[in-house]
Design a binder for this molecule. Structure first.
Ligand code: COA
Length: 180
């Protein structure tokens, strides 16, 4: 099930956030930076985000009620040609490749459209193999920029979806959650 996040989800989201960063970016970002990531700081950050706008954060919950993935979105503050942005999307390693990432991304796109944002951008580090997932889901490479992460300059790639309503019209109903 995919649903909007609640403030009490912040702890589990922060745990997954730090774990997936450490798994995904080992060998890409410095070990010092990854070791220094703090679940407690991230939990406070996520609680603030959820309290501000719970509909912008979506969680995937398994049958036992445990959060196994999450994503967040909102207004694009950088580039005016895309009005929405997907800020994060993570699925716990044991739950990847089962369609959860796709359903979360679709839920975020639907949220953006409901909030009046009809296009979306998403930044991903070039060395992250997950970027091919976004290509699989119709994202087009639109920009590149160096990003300062943990003291290193790493190239990031932006994927764009210029017409979310058209994209969503093509999506199978199996991948859509009912509106909460
Ligand atoms: C990237 C991620 C969100 C994808 O979620 P997922 O639940 O594993 O993906 P899904 O099962 O929904 O896959 C949907 C489709 O994309 C394909 N796909 C998934 N990961 C892929 C990859 N790395 N490369 C190419 N295709 C991929 C699947 O095969 C599937 O194709 P299909 O529709 O033909 O069956 C997830 O693997 C993840 O969280 N990775 C680590 C964290 C990360 O790097 N996040 C991105 C930071 S911006």
């Amino acid at each position: 099930m995919i649903r909007p996040a609640r403030p009490q989800d912040a702890r589990r989201i922060a745990y997954l956030d730090v774990e997936t960063w450490r798994t995904t970016y080992a060998g890409v970002l410095s070990a010092d930076y990854l070791v220094g990531l703090s679940e407690r700081r991230r939990e406070a950050g996520w609680r603030g985000v959820i309290l501000r706008e719970p509909r912008d954060v979506r969680v995937a919950v398994n049958a036992a009620g445990t959060i196994v993935g999450f994503g967040s979105c909102g207004p694009n503050r950088g580039d005016r040609s895309f009005t929405g942005e997907v800020f994060t999307l993570y699925v716990a390693p044991d739950w990847q490749n089962q369609g959860i990432g796709k359903r979360l991304l679709i839920a975020l796109f639907r949220r953006l459209v409901a909030a009046g944002r009809r296009s979306a951008i998403l930044w991903v580090l070039r060395d992250n193999p997950s970027r091919f997932f976004y290509e699989r889901l119709g994202g087009r490479q639109i920009r590149r920029k160096p990003l300062a992460v943990g003291g290193a300059a790493i190239e990031a790639i932006a994927y764009g979806w210029p017409d979310l309503p058209a994209f969503l019209a093509e999506v199978s109903s199996e991948d859509r959650e009912p509106e909460p």
